[in-house]
Design a protein. Structure first.
Lengths: 322, 285
């Protein structure tokens, strides 16, 4: 990562006189995955829409020379009737073909759409109708559409909302691979804290109109999260200094005498994990069917040892320990 | 040019097409049907049936204004229709009013205005019947010339804007991120739609104008496996419905209004188009 892709300074957004964001300053590192977290109504999506120029604001948002004018956007969903016979290939070609859809696509547009589908792990979906795709497939098609524009910055608004756990995990993995392969800067809103802790390189926590930013490990602490969400969420067991008996993870952590559920010890949490508990945020094993990033690209950011060799947790849930 | 086209239509071996007014009606429909089909596909995609209905009903008020101000209704109707179309888009874009409410308010206003005009003058009320039910058989050479000018403009608009309009319909924010000027294309679409809808009012009347736009596109959606297929199927079904409806309406055993017959034929095609889906569902059990 080199420098700052997006610099936000003193950003204020008001809707009908009410301040949604007040004097917000934050930076998105270039080539990193920045995740906006926070409760509903905190202003995450508003902040994202400011990046896209969709919402009027006071203050400044400066994009690096590499990102200016090269923004891809992945919406939560498309507004279409599931009976509409638009194929994946047609949808993707809309963004790359100058020829009207009615006259078919050129060879170049076809090759580009096929390549984009392969990048997101959907090489056989070109002829499928959009309405026939699962939620997870649809999100990856939307990602392919954004990638087709060869962006430097991709903005995603809860791209995996409503997708099952496996589909969401697959989406994040695909997105992370694309980031590493093309050096993309990613700005996304997400409510999935364990996956954010695992994949994000930078987190911006939006709460009551202001933000806290930093590395996932520095921002997604139990102390911050209980302030923001009002419930105990412990993504990093080794940071649990104050046991919360309501939380299954913390409750187990509190039983120190039994020597269970400490990082590196046998996992005996009530969720049925087996194996060794990693010290990091989530025991995420590599997924089959996701194209791996090219060799020799940027190393994965340190996620506190999650999914590191020798620490594989055969977690049946495939998620975090939150 | 017009005479050449009319004489070409006269070569079709059908007795009814030997008459000049029938040749004009057929040519008018051959120009109008593909345009309504193209826009119909987009209306179905954009879920704008109510919008086209509002513009159709604005023809009623436009004609009323024309009659009151002694302006040719053929000029007053398209101008008023375009203004109504643009006003709805402006309301949607610049206020927090939802799309349905914006259309509903404008729709009610133009219908009420049309009725108010009609209620003031019985003579105007008689003329208004033409706009309610339409009559393609009375289309003039001047109107056909206007359609001939509108047709290439529509093709150019579709060639330049079909992909952009589709992306805007799917997600306006995504379209803007793709560098598409959504406002420009929405206003242009509204203007083109208003023009075609007003001409369709002359053919089938205010009451059936939405059917002429929607039914062929809806039938095409049932048959087609891709968007491209839907576009061409819609044009084929629209032209076929128009030609068959016109010819059938003049048969002695039927003798119905041409506009209504055209829409009925299109509706039959729609009913047929649902059969493959029903069979597929039956097979699946």
């Amino acid at each position: 990562m080199n420098g700052t892709a997006v610099a936000i300074r003193d950003l204020t957004v008001r809707f009908h006189g009410r301040a949604v964001l007040e004097g917000v300053s934050a930076s998105l590192p270039e080539g990193g995955c920045t995740v906006f977290v926070g409760p509903n109504g905190a202003g995450k999506t508003t902040l994202l829409l400011c990046l896209l120029g969709e919402v009027p604001y006071a203050g400044s948002i400066r994009l690096s020379a590499r990102c200016a004018g090269r923004i891809g956007y992945v919406p939560q969903n498309l507004n279409f009737d599931v009976q509409t016979p638009v194929t994946v290939e047609e949808f993707l070609s809309l963004g790359v073909s100058r020829r009207p859809l009615w006259f078919g696509f050129g060879k170049k547009a076809l090759a580009l759409t096929r390549e984009a589908l392969e990048q997101v792990g959907l090489p056989d979906c070109a002829k499928l109708r959009l309405g026939d795709l699962s939620g997870g497939q649809m999100r990856r098609v939307l990602l392919a559409s954004a990638l087709l524009r060869k962006p430097s910055l991709i903005v995603l608004d809860e791209p995996a909302a409503g997708v099952d756990l496996k589909g969401e995990r697959l989406f994040w993995e695909t997105l992370d691979n694309a980031r590493r392969r093309y050096g993309l800067t990613i700005a996304m809103v997400s409510h999935n804290l364990p996956l954010a802790a695992h994949y994000a390189t930078h987190v911006i926590c939006v709460h009551e109109g202001s933000v806290v930013e930093g590395s996932p490990r520095a921002v997604l602490t139990a102390r911050n999260l209980i302030k923001v969400f009002g419930i105990p969420i412990h993504l990093y067991p080794d940071q649990c200094s104050e046991p919360q008996l309501q939380c299954p993870k913390c409750g187990a952590f509190g039983v120190e005498d039994e020597g269970q559920d400490q990082p590196g010890s046998a996992c005996a949490c009530p969720m049925g994990h087996e194996g060794i508990l990693p010290a990091g945020p989530a025991c995420l094993l590599p997924l089959a069917g996701v194209p791996a990033p090219d060799q020799g690209v940027e190393a994965a950011p340190d996620q506190g040892g999650a999914a590191a060799a020798g620490q594989a947790c055969a977690c049946r849930h495939g998620g975090g320990h939150a | 040019m017009l005479d050449f086209l009319l004489s070409l239509i006269g070569c079709i071996p059908l007795d009814c097409l030997e008459l000049r007014f029938m040749q004009r009606a057929m040519l008018g429909l051959l120009l109008l049907a593909p345009m309504t089909a193209m826009l119909g596909v987009q209306i179905v995609h954009f879920r704008m049936a109510f919008y086209s209905d509002a513009i159709g009903h604005s023809a009623f008020a436009g004609a009323g204004i024309g009659m009151l101000l002694a302006v040719d209704p053929h000029l007053a109707m398209p101008v008023f229709g375009i203004l109504v179309g643009l006003a709805i888009i402006a309301l949607k874009r610049h206020t927090a009013i939802s799309s349905d409410v914006a259309i509903g308010v404008v729709f009610s206003a133009v219908v009420a205005f049309g009725l108010a005009v009609v209620s003031r003058s019985p003579a105007v009320a008689r003329d208004m019947q033409q706009f309610l039910f339409g009559d393609i058989l009375t289309i003039s050479d001047q109107e056909i010339c206007f359609l001939m000018a509108l047709f290439p403009a529509m093709l150019a608009f579709q060639a330049a804007g079909a992909n952009q309009l589709f992306l805007i319909a799917l997600n306006p924010v995504m379209a803007r991120a793709h560098g598409i000027h959504t406002g420009l294309w929405q206003y242009l679409f509204a203007a083109m739609l208003a023009l075609v809808v007003i001409f369709s009012v002359w053919a089938v009347g205010v009451l059936l104008v939405t059917a002429l736009l929607i039914v062929p596109a809806a039938a095409a959606r049932n048959i087609a496996r891709s968007s491209r297929g839907m576009f061409w199927w819609a044009i084929a079904l629209s032209v076929l419905s128009a030609c068959l409806g016109l010819v059938l309406s003049l048969e002695d055993w039927l003798g119905t209004a041409s506009g209504a017959t055209i829409v009925l034929v299109a509706t039959c095609f729609f009913a047929l188009s649902t059969l493959p889906g029903i069979v597929r569902r039956e097979r699946r059990g």
